[in-house]
Design a protein around this ligand. Structure first.
Ligand code: PLP
Ligand code: COI
Length: 351
């Protein structure tokens, strides 16, 4: 690999204080983190050290101009104790796509993969084995270089932290179809995992939470007539027996779970369509009983069924089905992720 990793292991692991049977999502952090610095025009040597606060200049451009991107991945352990990642190179490639849009230097794939794998080897005991739990991995890159000039920084950091985690959603998920706010616009950064995209979602999401929903269904910024994403997930709608998802665009994140579901569905005989989905069509299908399922898909949330949605002061409940597509697809994808089933796609990567 292009650079050397300095390994500084902690003298005192915190693992004994963790209740692995009752893990929240993303709130308990493993012992170590990987950190690599971009300085003087190149990625410098990297370190794996104790998970701890970092020190930054108050003038670091991350604070002022939001040059910050991240990824979300998971590591799993199989019955033999082997550690696996799911399509990790896709995350690295998407991180670099986000980096290009935010004028952050791209991270070479070998540094990313080597740093990640070494970190997972060191913190291997932190990977939960309980069904439904996993080690959530959060790689992120941000502008650490200082200056108030509104231009890209000259220094950056890549940090990878991990958090043994349980389910993202605690209970039932009801969503509100958004008619006023937008999470992304044409020509903007919606396709990138830029931190600011999420900050901009908090206010409209809070308004939805205040009305009793858990998430917002984002619609297109121009007409609000087409549904695009569900919170921090891609959205799937089942009308009769066809599973439909919106095409990716520069407003929509090209989700790795989304594309895996499309592949699995095609191979298991579920009819799929990738096309624009109008709000009118979804409401009409709900009224006529043709709307069978809606679910969100993403690394953190895996496949999260939507129990109902609100639109223009009216609530629509989804039916409870015997063997919904959401359960079938979730089983198939998690079986592949955790090595309980063959992986004909080569998605699993052993560490
Ligand atoms: N859409 C948004 C806005 C997200 O933040 C995420 C999460 O990563 C997804 C979709 C799902 O993407 P993936 O399946 O790659 O995690
Ligand atoms: C993920 O699914 O990994 C994400 O990045 C979503 C996040 C906002 C929790």
């Amino acid at each position: 690999m292009a650079i050397k990793i300095d390994i500084q292991k902690t003298q005192k692991s915190r693992i004994d204080s963790v209740d692995f049977d009752n893990l929240p999502f993303g709130h308990v952090f493993s012992d170590h983190m990987f950190e690599c610095e971009f300085k003087d025009g190149k990625w410098q040597s990297a370190v794996i050290k104790e998970y701890a606060p970092i020190s930054l200049s108050p003038a670091a451009k991350i604070f002022h101009y939001g040059q910050s991107i991240f990824e979300g991945m998971k590591a799993y352990k199989d019955a033999d104790g082997k550690t696996m990642l799911f399509r990790p190179l896709d995350n690295c490639k998407r991180l670099n796509k986000s980096a290009e849009r935010l004028v952050i230097p791209e991270i070479p794939e070998d540094i990313f993969m080597e740093g990640l794998k070494t970190l997972l080897e060191i913190d291997s005991d932190w990977i939960p084995t309980k069904e439904g739990s996993s080690l959530y991995i959060r790689p992120f890159m941000f502008a650490s270089g200082e200056g108030f000039h509104a231009s890209p920084a000259d220094e950056y950091k890549l940090i990878i932290c991990t958090a043994p985690s349980g389910a993202y959603f605690a209970g039932e998920v009801k969503v509100l179809i958004e008619e006023k706010y937008a999470r992304a616009a044409n020509g903007g950064v919606g396709f990138a995992k830029a931190g600011g995209n999420y900050a901009a979602q908090f206010y409209p999401t809070q308004l939805a939470i205040d009305k009793g929903y858990q998430q917002v269904i984002w619609t297109d910024d121009n007409t609000h007539q087409f549904i695009e994403e569900a919170g921090a997930m891609n959205i799937f709608v089942r009308i009769n027996d066809t599973l439909i998802t919106s095409p990716t665009s520069d407003r929509i994140l090209d989700g790795i779970t989304r594309k895996s579901i499309l592949q699995i569905a095609a191979d298991t005989g579920i009819e799929t369509e990738v096309r624009k989905i109008s709000v009118g069509e979804v409401v009409e299908a709900a009224k006529t009983g043709k709307l069978k399922e809606m679910f969100g898909a993403g690394t953190a949330a895996v496949i999260s069924p939507i129990a109902g949605f609100g639109f223009k002061d009216e609530d629509f409940d989804l039916p409870e089905l015997e063997n919904p597509f959401a359960s079938q697809l979730k089983k198939r994808i998690t079986d592949i992720q955790t090595n309980k089933a063959e992986d004909p796609y080569g998605w699993r990567v052993f560490v």
